[in-house]
Design a protein around this ligand. Structure first.
Ligand code: ZN
Ligand code: FE
Ligand code: FE
Ligand code: ZN
Length: 263
């Protein structure tokens, strides 16, 4: 496990136009981070969809496998170019897909990644946070609870797999505003315990503040529980446009300060 955190003065989660649903060049994200006064920025584009057969990999969701070496090369070149002004980190946002851990391990080992984000976006072949996913959330509370329950299981497994430095958007199913009827569908303590035992940091992400739910991932109650269990946090914007780098970080910092220790 690599050292995961740079505290609260860096952005640990950004994308580029390479992923097919973000805009802007890598250099523009770095310039935005400099302008925002950050000390570090991790470029963490979506990993190629390694778990699917080639024809099923959607270029609007992630870069193609052939693009990965060029991505790494570009970020490392910019890292060198900006040395002394801002720390640029070569990262990747890697999907956790149960049963495909070995493929991901092999893929990650090919490149000198400094920050591997572990993300659950998929429950089986269903994308949790896609625009087309809203219909399933609207089937009613029983279905919403089932989604949250399954998401908890995936996060617990992701925490335990040993591939990730930082776990992302831990309560992603709230994106469109759908809440479980009890905290995390009855598995919140289990989630917190698994994350605390994993050695992973968790991102406090302002990404959710730009979504219908209108609050960071994780929300305040989950954040408190994670903090109480000793989980370290890093800040992230999940920027999909350069002007989203460092988005509302002063509010995130205030929230962490309010937890009451050295974070
Ligand atoms: Zn994305
Ligand atoms: Fe994500
Ligand atoms: Fe992301
Ligand atoms: Zn994301």
């Amino acid at each position: 496990m690599r050292p995961a955190t740079r505290g609260v003065d860096g952005d640990h989660h950004t994308h580029t136009k390479r992923c097919g649903h973000a805009v802007g060049e890598t250099r523009e994200y770095i310039e935005a981070a400099l302008a925002a006064g950050l000390r570090s920025v991790a470029v963490t584009d979506h990993v190629p969809m390694f778990w699917l057969p080639e024809p099923e990999r959607d270029p609007r969701l992630a870069m193609r496998l052939e693009e990965l070496p060029g991505y790494v090369e570009e970020v490392l070149a910019l890292k060198g170019e900006y040395r002394g002004r801002i720390e640029v980190r070569l990262g990747i946002e890697a999907d956790f897909v149960p049963g495909h851990e070995d493929e991901l391990r092999r893929l990650l080992a090919l490149f000198p990644f400094e920050l591997v984000l572990g993300s659950v976006h998929w429950l089986g072949d269903w994308l949790v946070d896609g625009p087309a996913s809203l219909a399933r959330f609207e089937r009613g509370q029983a279905e919403v609870d089932a989604i949250w329950y399954a998401y908890a299981g995936a996060v617990i497994a992701a925490a335990g797999c040993g591939l990730f430095d930082v776990l992302t958007h831990l309560d992603l199913p709230k994106k469109f505003g759908h809440r479980p009827s009890v905290p995390y569908a009855g598995r919140q303590a289990e989630v917190v315990q698994a994350v605390a035992g994993s050695g992973c940091a968790v991102e406090l992400s302002s990404g959710g503040m730009r979504k219908p739910v209108g609050e960071p991932y994780p929300g305040p109650a989950l954040l408190r529980d994670l903090h109480a269990a000793g989980v370290p946090f890093v800040l992230s914007s999940d920027a999909h446009a350069p002007d989203e780098v460092g988005y509302r970080f002063s509010e995130l910092r205030a929230q962490l300060a309010g937890l009451g220790d050295g974070q």
